[in-house]
Write a protein that binds this ligand. Structure first.
Ligand code: CO
Length: 149
């Protein structure tokens, strides 16, 4: 009973203040079927930075079926993926210092998890952004909408 009351109290505090750390945490899972478990990531405008947590629920190594999460303007997505392929796994399939990239996680293999802090200072509510996996060939299906709400 006490446990239930405590959890409710924390939830209320989160809704009362979107800047509370939990509201700016984003959890994404890459499934064993080469897909993300979410089609949209919507982040409160009050978040200056998000913590993006990625879990790979698959079983294969990162060189065979690795996954990451990259965020860019939707208009830049194909070019970011293309340059990421050239950059290779050693660079997490992201061109080093790519100014078009808002943020990204490392590439992880099955059973692994990773986390990245991503600053949102250049993200505008009026722009269209996407999140995607930049592992070669994955971006066509492993993608979704990223937006501020
Ligand atoms: Co992938």
């Amino acid at each position: 009973m006490k446990r239930t009351l405590l959890v409710t109290g924390i939830a209320s505090a989160m809704f009362a203040n979107a800047a509370f750390a939990g509201a700016c945490d984003v959890n994404v899972e890459a499934t064993a079927a080469m897909a993300f478990n979410v089609k949209e990531i919507a982040v409160p405008k009050t978040c200056k930075e998000i913590t993006l947590n990625l879990k790979n629920a698959g079983t294969m190594s990162k060189s065979v079926m690795g996954h990451n999460v990259v965020i860019s303007k939707t208009a830049d997505m194909q070019a970011v993926i293309s340059d990421g392929m050239t950059a290779g796994l050693a660079n997490q399939y992201v061109k080093p210092k790519d100014a078009r990239v808002i943020g990204y996680t490392n590439v992880i293999g099955g059973g692994e998890s990773t986390s990245a802090k991503i600053k949102l200072s250049n993200v505008k509510a009026s722009e269209s952004y996407s999140f995607f996996c930049s592992f070669p060939g994955h971006g066509a299906v492993m993608k979704g909408v990223f937006k501020l709400i």
